[in-house]
Design a binder for this molecule. Structure first.
Ligand SMILES: Cc1cc2nc3c(=O)[nH]c(=O)nc-3n(C[C@H](O)[C@H](O)[C@H](O)COP(=O)(O)O)c2cc1C
Length: 201
């Protein structure tokens, strides 16, 4: 029985191709797995708080030093950490904005990743990611195409963050490209033609 976490970060609601693609991935997962729970974290309906001077101070504290005020300031961060902890599979939808991820997804990541929580250090000072056994699918929508000059470091960036700061190495990226072209129609079946529910790359 799997728990799925669905991250939505496009403001375009049902017009959004990244949401369409991430939903298509969840449909595929539901066909091939016993799903216990699907949690939807819509970063537009509930925008993550920006880290500010006061909350950043809490982020740097050793978790053993948290007090009641820390728990208030970290309430969003703690909530999304629990959602990620509970999930076996995380499906992240993001538009490409200026070659990068959406601002809301970046803000979510900045709230999620935390020393002592998503990663710790061993005695030699090596970082140890804490969420090793999770699977992540990236559902990326871009107006342009990689073959026409779009860089592909958006997926590379997310893979590096997830690996380095959370220990998640099982990340597979799917792209729906050319969404601003005249007459564009999304074909999610084609995009997901090599889909398996436990891709390793
Ligand atoms: C602010 C903004 C910046 C964008 N930057 C890029 C870009 O750098 N490269 C690109 O190919 N498309 C870019 N686009 C187009 C979006 O990637 C495209 O509309 C995509 O379908 C958005 O995802 P969504 O359909 O999930 O909302 C941009 C769109 C907006 C609104």
């Amino acid at each position: 029985m799997k728990n799925i976490l669905h991250i939505i970060s496009s403001p375009r609601a049902d017009q959004s191709y990244s949401k369409g693609l991430s939903s298509a991935i969840i449909d595929r997962l539901s066909q091939s797995n016993n799903i216990h729970k699907i949690v939807v974290r819509d970063l537009i309906k509930e925008v993550p708080p920006l880290a500010d001077e006061v909350s950043i101070h809490e982020f740097y504290k050793h978790p053993g030093m948290y007090d009641e005020r820390s728990n208030q300031l970290l309430s969003y961060a703690n909530m999304i950490v629990e959602e990620v902890k509970e999930a076996d599979v995380i499906v992240i939808g993001t538009p490409m904005y200026n070659f990068g991820i959406s601002a809301s997804l970046k803000t979510w990541l900045d709230q999620l990743i935390r020393a002592g929580i998503t990663y710790t250090f061993d005695e030699q000072g090596n970082r140890i990611g804490q969420f090793k056994n999770k699977k992540v699918y990236l559902a990326i929508a871009s107006g342009g195409r990689k073959t026409e000059g779009n860089p592909d470091y958006l997926a590379a960036y997310l893979k590096d963050v997830l690996k380095t700061y959370a220990g998640i190495t099982n990340v597979k990226a799917y792209w729906v490209e050319g969404t601003v072209e005249n007459g564009f129609k999304a074909n999610y079946d084609q995009v997901l033609n090599d889909f398996t529910s436990d891709n390793e790359s």
